[in-house]
Ligand binder design. Structure first.
Ligand code: MRU
Length: 364
């Protein structure tokens, strides 16, 4: 998608052909800056500190992390060390493990002197595949938006989304935002309710920024507003992303997604989840008991960071000293609350049968 009118992806190999560039997502929306990653350790730190985030981008970054590791030392032991370092960065997004396993599968049985080139090649393929997958998700999701638009001629389709499942969270297009961008580009009027998404504000800081860059109308709302809007028929469809989908169609996504799905069910609002197939984890079934939920630092809750009137970026404390804080990064929305899954192979039911039928090679 575009940054100041220039087509940009979220991850690339720099002109030196070795180091990897990415966008520093901790500075947005106040500053657009890129960072250069030189080692697998740099990539692991960038993922852990959320300079790089969003399930598909975490996967692509980890793949490049393996390529950077292979550049330094392509021995089995070094690759295994890099795998262990990268897999430990974040526990919920399964794209991380998927990408690392893909890299290992393409490197393990190769001669050592071929591994570095093969690693860069496979990482680039993983990034390119993500772009293609998300474009296909957009084409399928577009039909849902067009169906709604046909029933309210001239009026915008109101989409609610949570967190940032936009192009910043992927290599390009985004998952939940891909149908939105494609509708906008086709001239279908669309307006997005953007949940701010406490505590890290990925909605207010990232989704709002990228929709604004692309010229998509949007309104940022405090996280608890969605239910009220749904009761007053101001949400036509909810589309969110996901970090892991189980074999039976349960969905882990940013904390607060479950409450939106409950409100959507109560109000008859269609609730869709957009996902690339690497986000499906066929090894787990019951999302609530089986998906590991990341718990992050209390600082993310006790402080807020923003821009002061004179342009400085500052953090301020908003919780009394001494109060206990809990910071669960994700929750699980059971399949029964999901209207459909928007995948690269079409819109399917959130059921074990539909997932296995759409992705037989993965289900096996
Ligand atoms: O903690 P984050 O910012 O990595 O969480 C991101 C989300 O929850 C996204 O919705 C999810 O990764 C899907 S991104 C296409």
């Amino acid at each position: 998608m575009k940054v100041d009118g220039k087509h940009t992806r979220t991850i690339w190999v720099e002109a030196d052909g070795k180091t990897v560039g990415t966008i520093d997502q901790t500075l947005l929306p106040h500053r657009y800056a890129t960072i250069r990653l030189d080692t697998a350790g740099d990539v692991a730190r960038a993922i852990k500190t959320m300079h790089v985030r969003g399930a598909p981008l975490i996967g692509a970054a980890a793949a490049y992390g393996m390529a950077l590791a292979a550049r330094q030392d392509a021995s089995d032991a070094a690759l295994e060390r890099a795998y262990a370092l990268l897999i430990a960065t974040r526990p919920t997004a399964i794209n991380l493990k998927w990408a690392l396993d893909e890299m290992m599968a393409s490197l393990r049985n190769r001669a050592r002197d071929e591994r570095m080139a093969a690693a860069y090649r496979r990482a680039a393929e993983i990034a390119d595949e993500d772009v293609e997958i998300n474009a296909a998700i957009g084409r399928h999701g577009l039909k849902l938006i067009e169906e709604i638009a046909a029933k309210k001629p001239g009026a915008p389709v109101n989409v609610l989304t949570h967190c940032n499942a936009g192009w910043l969270a992927t290599v390009d297009w985004g998952t939940a935002t891909s149908p939105i961008y494609q509708a906008h580009d086709k001239g279908v009027p669309v307006h997005v309710w953007v949940d701010e998404t406490r505590p890290r504000n990925q909605g207010a800081s990232l989704t709002a920024w990228e929709l604004g860059q692309h010229g998509v109308k949007h309104t940022v709302i405090p996280d608890n507003t969605g239910g009220h809007l749904m009761q007053h028929r101001q949400v036509d469809i909810a589309i969110v992303g996901t970090d892991r989908v189980t074999a039976q169609g349960d969905v882990a996504n940013k904390i607060g997604t479950y409450l939106k799905a409950l409100a959507a069910k109560d109000n008859g609002v269609p609730f869709y989840v957009a996902l690339p197939s690497p986000t499906i984890d066929f090894t787990v079934v019951d999302g609530v008991t089986e998906i590991p939920i990341e718990q992050r630092s209390a600082d993310e809750v006790t402080t807020m960071t923003g821009r002061t009137a004179d342009g400085r970026i500052e953090s301020v404390r908003i919780v009394p000293d001494g109060s206990n804080v809990a910071n669960y990064g994700f929750d699980v929305t059971p399949a029964r609350l999901i209207t459909g899954l928007i995948t690269e192979r079409g819109v399917i039911a959130a059921t074990r049968e539909a997932l296995a039928q759409a992705f037989p090679e993965r289900a096996a």
